[in-house]
Write a protein that binds this ligand. Structure first.
Ligand code: HEC
Ligand code: HEC
Ligand code: HEC
Ligand code: HEC
Length: 131
């Protein structure tokens, strides 16, 4: 019984530590310059190219044209998670809910990734101009 309680306690601790996606609007408060600059890029609105082709529900397309598709707290569908359409900050930096909550500079830096090899996850050698 005690063992079970300890396991449940540990499990809930792990769950509590899991970061979830929050969407780009939440970054504005502290990184307004970066959000503004990124929003200026046409590619920050890339979800439109799926919508224009009626592909906004196609699971083959969503992994690379949304934020956190298939991951905990990530994009599910246009209806359920409209704030996670497009390739946003957290696509590269990872889910940032714990980053928002962090109270020290050190924690702030630890709760997001500054990626190195992330680009090739989506930018494969052979593009797909045929779409
Ligand atoms: C409450 C303020 C606040 C919010 C909101 C916030 N950040 Fe930050 N962020 C910080 C601070 C403070 C730092 C540390 C800056 C430093 O290192 O000097 C930081 C650093 C970062 C870094 C760099 C980490 C590193 O290793 O240097 C990234 C990436 C980042 N934030 C992404 C995001 C994203 C993405 C969002 C929105 C989902 C976001 N932040 C929202 C305050 C915030
Ligand atoms: C492996 C990741 C990945 C998948 C899966 C993916 N895309 Fe893309 N898509 C990209 C990247 C990266 C770009 C931008 C660079 C490029 O054009 O190759 C892009 C660009 C595009 C463009 C613009 C191309 C152009 O010529 O301007 C269209 C349209 C598009 N994708 C549609 C789709 C559709 C429809 C699907 C699903 C059938 C899909 N994509 C699946 C990564 C992906
Ligand atoms: C396509 C991937 C990608 C996206 C999208 C992205 N970043 Fe970054 N970001 C990076 C990379 C890579 C670096 C590291 C750059 C370097 O080391 O010079 C970085 C660095 C940073 C840094 C630390 C360095 C600095 O300039 O202060 C912050 C803060 C940051 N990004 C915030 C954001 C926010 C906020 C957004 C959304 C508006 C965003 N990023 C969108 C890839 C991305
Ligand atoms: C989750 C998938 C994903 C990741 C990761 C990603 N991208 Fe992209 N990127 C895209 C898609 C999708 C587009 C197409 C947007 C459009 O055509 O509107 C794109 C477009 C671009 C473009 C515009 C190119 C063009 O043909 O118009 C640049 C530049 C770019 N990405 C750079 C980067 C860099 C640098 C990184 C890594 C730091 C990165 N991307 C990581 C999905 C991704």
């Amino acid at each position: 019984m005690i063992v079970l309680i300890i396991i449940l306690f540990l499990a809930s601790e792990v769950l509590a530590e899991q970061a979830v996606y929050v969407g780009m609007d939440k970054c504005k408060a502290c990184h307004s310059k970066i959000v503004k600059e990124y929003s200026g890029f046409k590619r920050s609105r890339n979800f439109r190219i799926l919508e224009m082709r009626g592909k906004e529900h196609d699971p083959q397309c969503l992994p690379c044209h949304t934020t956190g598709y298939g991951e905990p707290g990530g994009f599910v569908s246009v209806e359920k998670t409209p704030h996670l359409k497009n390739v946003q900050c957290e696509t590269c930096h990872g889910p940032a809910s714990l980053h928002l909550k962090a109270t020290t500079l050190e924690e702030k830096r630890k709760t997001v990734k500054v990626p190195h090899n992330i680009c090739t996850k989506c930018h494969t050698q052979h593009g797909h101009r045929e779409f």
